[in-house]
Design a protein around this ligand. Structure first.
Ligand code: GUN
Length: 295
């Protein structure tokens, strides 16, 4: 069994990007600039955004954190988005999800200019992804594909079962894994809450991608011997014995499933760190595309 070490691979990717930043600086060009908009004080979002901004600093990107109060109106947020669209010093930006309930998430994501949408959430970018066109692929599915590529996991002709149909993970990863190319060419089954018998399907899977957000959902008796297991779940479980008051766990019963798997991602340290690395990669791409447009 091989652990797919997302922390190590993401550090390698960040190092590769840092080298590119050095070259950009040597050429006297402007370094990539990522902005992140956070509305409110959701604990997990604060952690994620903080981590994204810190990673920018480490690799030599410029970064801007725009932290707005919970009471920010939809109109105010849309104005901020328009400002970011028009700001030529910013190559790409994200609006951290989830947004407070009084704000229409779809409306906000639609307002982000596709050329700056380094999350790849805009319909233009999602549509291009589905059509194999050049685009920004959302960081989490992009990170899973990169992890499979770097470990040279055999995917061609394999049966991949995806659990969860979210717009951010399940839906896009099911499309990417069915496409032609490296870490792809799979036969994909996309399962969700209305699927009749998930276990019957996961038992047939060569690759299982679980993006459900239910701790320890995937048990050892649900996977076949030698399966590749990708755990996208990151759930905070309250635990008063810990200083932080919680611990992080995934969708997979790692202790038992890892005994049957050929490759498996841990939580934490698997898909999570890859997500940040791929966001940085998208920001570098945005910078390059931005520059070539300005030429
Ligand atoms: N919330 C959870 N994952 C993500 C992500 O990849 N991007 C943004 N913007 N918000 C998220």
């Amino acid at each position: 069994m091989t652990i797919l070490d997302g922390r190590a691979i993401s550090n390698k990717i960040k190092e590769e990007i840092a080298q590119e930043v050095i070259r950009i600086k040597e050429l006297g060009e402007k370094v990539p600039h990522l902005a992140a908009v956070l509305v409110g004080n959701d604990g997990a979002s604060l952690t994620y955004v903080g981590s994204k901004v810190r990673s920018c600093k480490k690799i030599g990107f410029e970064s801007t954190l725009i932290h707005l109060p919970e009471e920010t109106s939809e109109e105010e947020l849309l104005q901020k988005v328009e400002q970011l669209n028009a700001d030529d010093t910013i190559d790409g930006y994200i609006v951290q999800l989830p947004l407070p309930k009084h704000i229409d998430e779809e409306k906000v994501l639609m307002a982000v200019h596709p050329d700056k949408d380094v999350d790849g959430f805009h319909p233009t970018n999602f549509g291009k992804m589905a059509l194999d066109m050049e685009t920004f692929i959302s960081a989490t599915p992009f990170g899973i594909m990169e992890l499979l590529k770097r470990y040279e996991v055999e995917t061609e002709g394999k049966h991949a079962v995806v659990i969860g149909r979210s717009h951010i993970v399940g839906r896009p990863i099911s499309i990417l894994m069915s496409q032609k190319g490296k870490a792809a060419n799979c036969t994909v089954t996309l399962t969700h809450s209305r699927t009749k018998d998930i276990k019957a399907l996961t038992l047939q899977a060569d690759i299982v991608v679980s993006a459900l957000g239910v701790p320890h959902f995937l048990k050892a008796d649900m996977v076949k011997e030698g399966a590749v297991v990708i755990d996208v779940g990151i759930t905070r479980v309250p635990d008063e014995t810990r200083e932080r008051g919680y611990y992080i766990t995934g969708d997979v019963d790692f202790e038992n499933v890892s005994k049957k798997a050929s490759f498996i991602t841990p939580v934490p340290g698997g898909v999570g760190p890859m997500t940040i690395a791929m966001l940085l990669k998208n920001t570098l791409l945005a910078r390059k595309r931005h520059r070539s447009k300005a030429d």
